[in-house]
Structure formats: C-alpha cells, structure tokens
Design a protein around this ligand. Sequence first.
Ligand SMILES: Nc1nc2c(ncn2[C@@H]2O[C@@H]3COP(=O)(O)O[C@H]3[C@H]2O)c(=O)[nH]1
Ligand SMILES: [Zn+2]
Length: 832
Amino acid sequence: MLYNDAQVSDAIRQWLRMPTFDARPWEDEELLLLLQQMYLDHDLCSKFAIDITTLRNFLYEAYKNYNDVPFHNFRHCFCVAQMLYAISWCVDLPSKIGDLEVLILLTSCICHDLDHPGYNNIYQINAKTELAIRYNDISPLENHHCSVAFRILENEDCNIFKSFSSEDFKQVREGMIRCILATDMARHNEILTNFKEIVQSFNYNDKGHVNLLCMVLIKVSDISNEARPMDVAEPWLDKLLQEFFKQSDAEKLEGLPVTPFMDREKITKPSSQCSFIGFVLLPLFEALGELFIELQDLIIQPVRDALDYYRRLNEATREERLHRKSIVELLEHHNTGVSQSPENGSTVPKSNSNTSVKMKKSLSFQQTRSRSRSTDEETENDTVTVTGEGQSLEDVEEDSESGDSETVTEVEVSEKALKFKISTESSITTTGRKSYPGSRKGSRERVQHLNHSELARMVQKGKLRCGGFSFDQHCLVGNKKLSFDPPEFLDEYASTLKKKFEEGLIDQSDSEEEYKLRKEGECFLSKETLNLNKRNSEHSVKVPVNLEEKRSILKCSDSKSFTNAEKLKMNNSMQLEEDSDSVVREEIELVCPNNTRENSIKNNCIEGLNLNKISDSSNSILVQNDDSSKVQNELVCESKNSRSIFSRFRQLTDRLGFSTEKETKSKSLKNNNCMKSTPHKGKKKVESACCKSLEEVDDRKTSTLPKLKNVGGSKKSWKCLALGKDKRRLEGWASDAAVDKLSEKYLDLDNQSLPSTSKLQSNCASPNFNNIKDGSSQGSPRRNEFNEQINIAVVDKNLLTNNVVDKCIAKLQEIKNDESLIIINEKDSNLI
Ligand SMILES: Nc1nc2c(ncn2[C@@H]2O[C@@H]3COP(=O)(O)O[C@H]3[C@H]2O)c(=O)[nH]1
Ligand SMILES: [Zn+2]
C-alpha cells in the first residue's frame, strides 16, 4: 500500500486533534494514513493487539466501500472520525469511557456511512428500494452501513478484532451497531431527549449512560461540519445540497413525495442551515456541552457563530426578495391606475382599499428596509414567525407553504418516514417537536426539555398558539391553524415571548406613522402575548394576568384560548373592579394597524364575544334607519331598562370598526373629512371615525344591509333557536323566505375581506314570530311561547355556530329580564 511506510509529522498529528483540521488538501491515501494515526495515537493497536497490517487492510476495505457520491463519501467518513478524534482528545475520552468504547466509536465513525448510495432513508422508504424492503423501513441505510462493516470484518485480513474473545467481540459488535444505527436522523429527538434526561446526573459507571453518550458522540461528529472553519464547512454544505437536490429531483421524476428540506425550489443555503443548525445541530451540541464544558470553545461557539452568519445571510436574502416584491407591486399598482400622493411623493392608489394598505406596506417597508425584519409582510400572509434561539423564521416567506418547507428539518421528515421506533434504553417517545405535519404526539416530560428554539419552532409551525394574532415582527401568529399539543412549558415560554415582544415592539427606526400605530397596538398586543394556549387539549396553561390583561383578553383576544368557564371567572372578578362602560369605550378606540390584525381582532371579538359583559353594559344604543326603524323603535321601547343583548352585541361589533371597503367608501362620501390623502392615514381615520358617534354608526348601517344567500326559497334551511318566556330553549326550522323577510331588517356586519369562518350577519329585529312560520319535526317554536320582543341574530353557518348559540342561550338563561334571543343558523342543506 502507498501509505505503508509514511510518517505523520508531529505538527500534523497535533492539527489532526483539532476541529479546524482541513482534509481537503490531502489525498485519499494520506487520509487513510491519518486514520491509522488516530488508532496509533490513542494506543489502540497496542492495547487491543490490533495488527497494523490488518488495520490498514480494514481501512482500505472501508475506503473501497464508500461510493463516489457528492457528500456521503469516504471523505465524509474521514471527517466524522476526525471530529470524534478531536473531541476525544479535548475531553480525554479514554479516561472517561475507557479505551474499548473509544475503539468502538472510532471504528463506528469510519463505518457509519459505508456504501451510502447518496439517497437517504426517506427516499429508500418511499421508493420501496431493496434496502427498505430488506430492513422493513427501519433505518435501512444505517442497517446497511453496519452490515457492510461486519462483512468487511468477516474477512480475517481485515478483522481488527480478530484477537478479541467472543465476549469482547460481542461487546464491540453491540457497540458498533448501537452507534451506527444512532446516526439515523429519524432517531435524533429520541436520543437527544434521552441524553438530556441523564446528562445532569451522568454516571460513567452506568453502562446505559455511557452507551447513550457514545450515541451522542457519533451523532455530534456526524453533523459537525458547521463546527469547522467556514472555508472548510461551506464546501461540505455545497456537496450536501448537491446530494439533496439530486434526491429531490429524482423524487420529482419518479413521482415520489418530494423531501421538503431537499427541494431546490424551497430551500436556500442559509435557510437550510438556519433550520438545521438551530433546530438540530445546536441543541445536540449544547446537550453534550453540558457534560463536557471544554467543548464550548471547541465546537459549540463556532456552531453559534455559523448560525449567526446564516441568519444574517438569510435576512439579507429575504430583504432582497421583499424589496424585489415591493418593486413589482409598485409597478403593478402603477399600471392599474393610481394617483400621486402629495405627501410622500409616492405612487398610491386612489381608494382606501385593501390594495392600498398593501401598497402602504410595500412603501413603508422600503422606507424601513434597514430594519432587520418586516412585520407587515409576515402578518399579511398569516405566517407565523418567532425569533428565538436557533429559529430560522426569517426563512418563512410570503408563501407560508414554502416557509414550512424551508424550515422543516430532516429530523421531522425522517421521523415521519420512519414509522418504527427503536428505542435506546426504553421506549420513550420523542420531543414535542416531533409533530411534523400530521402527527400530534407530545410528551409532558419531553416538552420540558425543549429549548427556546424548539419552542419557537413549534409556534412557527402552528403547534403552539401564542396569542390570537400578530406579535410584532418577533412573533407573528396568523389567525389560522394554530393549535398545539403540549402546553407544559408555556409559562416559561410566555414570558420569553413577552420579553421579546416588548423589546421588539417599538422600533424607533420606524416611520412616525408606523411607530404610532404600533404603539397604539401595544397594549392590545402585549396582552395578547400573555395568552398562550392550545386548542383541542385538556390542558390549559396561562401566564397570570392582571385586571388590565384580563379585560383585554375578554374583549378581543383569542377566545379559543380560554374556556368559557375561565372567561366567566375572569369576567366575574372584573365586574367587581371596573365600570363596564369603560370596556366598551376602550374597544372603540381600537385601531388596527393592518388588515390581518384588524381581521383577527374582528374574528376574535366575534367569537370571543362576551355576552355577559355586553348585557351588563349600560350604554347600549340602538341605531335606526329606514329599513328597521319600526322594529328597532319597538326594541328600544322594550329594552329601556334591560338592554337588548343583541343591540349591545351589535353595538360592540359596530364600534370595533367592522368596515368594509364599500362602507368606507360610502362613509367617505358623507364624511369627507375622514379621508386623508394617504391610504394609511385615511384608513385609520375612517376606522376611528366609524366608531365614534351614533350618527356615524347609523350611517354605516345603511351600507350594511343584508346579503343573505339563497333567499326566497321555500326550504326550511334555517335553524332557529329561541328562548321562551319560561326560559326553555326552543328549536325549529324556518324557510329562506321567512328568514328573508327578517333579513330586511338585518344588519350585515359581514366583511368580505374576512375569512369565511368569521362571517357574521346579525341584527336585532322581528317582533313578529310569525315571520318564521313553519316548524319542523324537531319542534317548531310557537308564537305564544315567546316574548313579543325578540332579538334575532343570524349567524352564518360558517361561524362556529353551536358554540355561539350555546353561549347566547346560556346567557339568556342567566338574564333576569324578559328578553329573548333567537339565533338563526343556516342549516346544512343535507339536513333539509
Ligand atoms: N442541512 C444540513 N444538513 C446536514 C448538515 N450536516 C449534516 N446534515 C444532515 O444530517 C445528516 C446526518 O446523517 P447523514 O450523514 O446520513 O446525513 C446528514 C445530512 O443529511 C448541514 O450542515 N446542513
Ligand atoms: Zn454521516
């Protein structure tokens, strides 16, 4: 062999013990020589009677069994072995775990990717390759690498363990299998979690502890490129992405599921590294760093620096993209008819439409491009972004779908692909982050070990609900799809988020306008951030809130985060402390800086409507217009002492400024002074104005006449709920025609820009129950069972109607007056 008699200089031997070692200048045979040197310098040959020729044969055979693939080639195996070697010197591993374990580890590193085909387990499983079939989808590659290793060792000439007793060989075999199989990233969380559990009380005399440590050590070495100097690490990343893209291209060609973190259309170098380092690499390194503090400077800090670097790069990439997007928008708007704003000299649309708001965002973004992040873009697209250690949410782009693909990690995808779990010591499930889309598992114990990056990531991925909506640029939560399993850490995380929010909310570099708007949103939002919770789970964890906060939550927050009982409790406690009028007044002042927040507030307010609070309000105002004056006059008369619940409800919703573009326009015709030249200011002004005076509320009403669908039909497509005088709950069905009649008197608070789930049509109306003529087999309510004055709300079926209905009915049952309420709920046509 070429490297038979070569000598390695002391300087090289020293360098070989450092993570800064650069393998690039070395020929393959020189690398083999260096591998041999590692055995020699640890005295493994003499201690275990390993014949040097056998060692060379073994190394050479291993070398031959690596494929010429971009990343998982012999040089990768060398680097992994070399990192382990460097760590072992740094922490004096032999003295801690013994020479045999070091021998097992070093040999495992050399063998850990033998015969890697350049397509990972996800591909193997999806493509149902020979390997996947052979190993039943259980770590097919790692099983194969291991199997190849022992095939090599079967050859006497290559068997470095030939002098071992069968008992010792058994131990080596077990150890190597354990280590090599541990490199399957599908088991990353399992191993990391188990290790975290023991690290604080690590016992080198405990075989289980040492086994786990060895698994972590090979894993750390396997993914350690980013701990190396940039000029060493970056070419490795290029090679890895080359292999990734090759796989995803093949997946596309073969019609297989495209592995998201490998998709050249979805990821970039920085986005990939932000995710990988932040969510996978750093948590693992930090866990090992708890046991070996010597590793802080050696490999952990370099990894942190790499993460910083990629974050900045990612940010720059993102800003560049947004900048380009804003230019395109500008051009688009220019082409679709816009006027020149005298104030800022920018091109702005004529109307105060949604587009104009968007436009404003583009413009203001341009003005504040130097800022590190943009709020608007993220908010607008319901993207969830949270900064946190290791999070890569700058990756999350305009398109939330691509955002998810960018940040979903290999671990998550691998876990999903690997349906079978091989536990280390016990059958412990993985961390809360496990829940790659579709999975909702979580373990209380594990979650407590999550660090902020993991938590942030959960928020980002919608597994943790943190407030109903935007959280400045540091934590934006779209108002959709936010549910979450394990809530145990929320207290801690809530304060983290809150702190971040408070730090980041007011950015002095903002334009004055933005600054003002954000400031106005501050109290509202900051309270929102206290409201961390999850849906669909029996647990409910909250940060303690004070009166102010309670009030905010009750008013407008994400009502899903609190159970009715909790809300009621909070409400009751508040009643002693405050004047209900002030609540309403405060809400009037709410100004939503942008569309999404506005919608979110609307949604939350509607759904989180606190009837208790409304019914107690003493400043209920009924609005009259030509269409409904008669009815409402009656109502006003009737409700002198005890306010109509619905009128208060409507008043509240009105006051929250549920204005559509159409409404805004009509308002602007009548009240020109509401409209200022810039869309930004105009919008804000109109919303405030809309909520200020009775006349204006009245005015709004004329433009919010009903838009009921399917009117005029004779099918009984409306479910009617009512409360009789005797407080009995009554149900029945009404035809479209009947409802149509009523609908003439309805206010339509529906805002077309709202998501369908938040549609709400409502009004107080109809003293005449005969309008709802026909009952159904379910029991049609009869006129004489009702109070003459009936308040009616029509709730779109898309709203979570049962919930709302139940709340309304429950409230009615509580009220000590003769009011009645009917909720008419559009019936599912299948039921007719
Ligand atoms: N995105 C990214 N993935 C990495 C990096 N280093 C290792 N990996 C992945 O982690 C995996 C660890 O096991 P493998 O060596 O089989 O394949 C590796 C890669 O898929 C890195 O720097 N960036
Ligand atoms: Zn590897």
